[in-house]
Design a protein around this ligand. Sequence first.
Ligand code: ADP
Ligand code: TYD
Length: 202
Amino acid sequence: MSLFITFEGGDGSGKSTQIELVAKALRADGHEVVLGREPGGTPVGREIRRVLLHGEHLSGRTEALLFAADRSHHVDTHILPALKRGAIVLSDRYYDSSIAYQGAARSLGTEEVARLNAWATGGLVPDRTFYLDVSAEAGLERMRGEHDRLESEGVDFQRRVREQYRALIAAEPDRFVVIDGERPAEEIAADIYGGIARMLTP
Ligand code: ADP
Ligand code: TYD
């Protein structure tokens, strides 16, 4: 049974840590698990990621289009083929990130960014989205020393990101699972693994 699961949250919320732990547990059960990440989950995406995060200053719209282009290619060449094989795909960020960061925090408009992304992804919606909830301050504290361009925006920017995630969760309470991300990593991973295991039992 294929599943498309995405992980969302602010910078430093623990998404990569959780994906690694949960993938290990699911693989131990014999599942094929395919990992994705945005931006930069494909060879073309890694070029786009370099331009986005370490290149010259970009306008908000250029940024939104590049994230959407990275995502479109990720869906076509990586996510959909894996889902067709029956794999479980765990993606570190997906379109909710663009709605929160570009749509809200960069004030481009959440509805327009949502429409752009629906087109870019051909309408592929995750089966479930785990939102790792960590305060803006705690996330930034964890990220100290490894800031890239978006992560350097500071605490107000991260607060706007978090507020928009809350609005997305309120609008789609069945797709999202909110996880308190300020607990030990193993405890969080056990909750997420349990949630996915329940989806796999008929
Ligand atoms: P993200 O992928 O969301 O940016 P990471 O998984 O890379 O987050 O984690 C960011 C930092 O926080 C890393 O240094 C990681 O070791 C640490 N970290 C991850 N999960 C936890 C946790 N539950 N408690 C404390 N620190 C954590
Ligand atoms: P990511 O590599 O996930 O960083 P982190 O592991 O620190 O969360 O994402 C890099 C940055 O890009 C991060 O600040 C979030 C931002 N981003 C957007 O602004 N829009 C998007 O659509 C995506 C996928 C990421």
